[in-house]
Design a protein around this ligand. Sequence first.
Ligand code: ATP
Ligand code: MG
Length: 506
Amino acid sequence: MKKNHNIIEMRNIIKRYPLTVANDNVNFYLRKNTIHCLVGENGAGKSTLMKILVGAVGADAGEIILNGEKCFFHSPLDSLTAGIGMVWQHFMLVDDFRVWENVVLGAEPGNSVFIDHSEATEKIAEISKRYSLAIDIDKKISDLSVGEAQRVEIIKLLYRNVDILILDEPTAVLTPQEVSRLYEMIFRLKKEGKSVIFITHKLREITEVADEVTVMRQGRLAGFLKKEDVTADKIAALMVGREVRQIKNTEKAATRETILETRGICFEEKGVKKLNEISFKISRGEIVGIAGVEGNGQKELVDVLMGIEKNHSGKILFEGEDITSLETSARIRMGISHIPQDRQKQGLIEEFSMADNSILGRLRHFGGRFSIDFGKRDRISDELISRFDIRPPKKELLAGNFSGGNQQKIVVGREIYFDPKFLIAAHPTRGVDIGAIEKIHSEILKIRKRGVGVLLISSELSEIFALSDYFFVIFEGSLSGPFYPSRISAEEVGLVMAGKRVNGEK
Ligand SMILES: Nc1ncnc2c1ncn2[C@@H]1O[C@H](COP(=O)(O)OP(=O)(O)OP(=O)(O)O)[C@@H](O)[C@H]1O
Ligand SMILES: [Mg+2]
């Protein structure tokens, strides 16, 4: 008999939640020495399947076979001991600790009470060199960029010698440069005979890294492909079950009437210049993009525009009125809407139902401060559910129990729903599947047509090119541009994003 080369087999996995069947008789296997992409629409059950594999969530039925033996993990720590490590879609690092402390936490060398600092740092240095995971080990977690934090999560697992690394949408938060480094790391792992499970929504990434692909749809297995059979079209068809259109902004902006203007905004934090003389004007019915590698001031700019950060110089004008000193709530009341870059921290209250989240920050639409028109709230949430295809279609489900992409749809839906005059959209399609990208892009174009001004902040160049009337590139807090999608190539923009000066600039 042929030897079985699967290191992991998950057989007939079933996981039911009160309102959904997250995994409905799913079979999944992973072979040694492969990069296996796990793909599928938002809410398809990918994260759940992996949580079951590592023992974070218990299955209702099914079995897991590891190296030919039936096994059952009670917790992620349990599976880690068996060599399986997972980097979660939303990380779990201890903010106040330093990088190296986070890495060794729970796996201290030497005596477990006293951490041997030099031994630990040596080992971390070796790992970060071998796997191209550069990191400053003395930095505090709270001072890291998301990409760096992810590197720490990965180092933490490699420090424990995992053979199987599970990455749940790792690239959703990475810059293009970081993505290629991540690739280097996983290819290196493969060379060493290890295996990687890679969850992603990006078709290009699947074709770039996958040896094998498992596609899920609505809790079930939708298909399995080997490298030689993988094409972007095939995967898209398996994932969504229909053809996906690429949305494009082809119409000219309707007016030249300025709605939002910034004048010379400067912002400094801890002695570092985060925003440098930011001035732009956005008209009604116009989409202005801000492209850039994350961490170059985008977050600070949004915080300043929304009044979350007030410690800056320069002015913000909205419909000609100076709003520089207004509170966030006042700005929202004036019609400025905001899709935050971090849906978990700023966009949602996970312990509230989807229905309550669909009116978050919009109480003025609901009579008084203390009385909520529940009927109206429910109508709005039902409408958001159908308009944005939020799954499961259950408004009573807690926001935290929706899948990552569906949480994003709730936030986007709400921010578009209440007839804003101006929308600040920071990474509006982060973590959503290709079908939902189409939906969100067409909704953004729809409100633009109605005369809403849009500031689109994105690190996805394809998104900037598809939607913007024109765009700027932000680098180390300064803007270059404007650039027009039809007059510049993605490659050229990539160089500007990496700090290259364009013609005419010094
Ligand atoms: N704790 C929970 N309680 C109730 N339902 C849950 C819970 N966790 C997950 N679900 C549901 O299970 C289904 C599968 O979710 P899962 O997070 O596995 O999807 P996913 O494929 O990872 O999606 P995404 O691409 O959006 O991250 C979803 O409908 C989700 O709402
Ligand atoms: Mg997920």
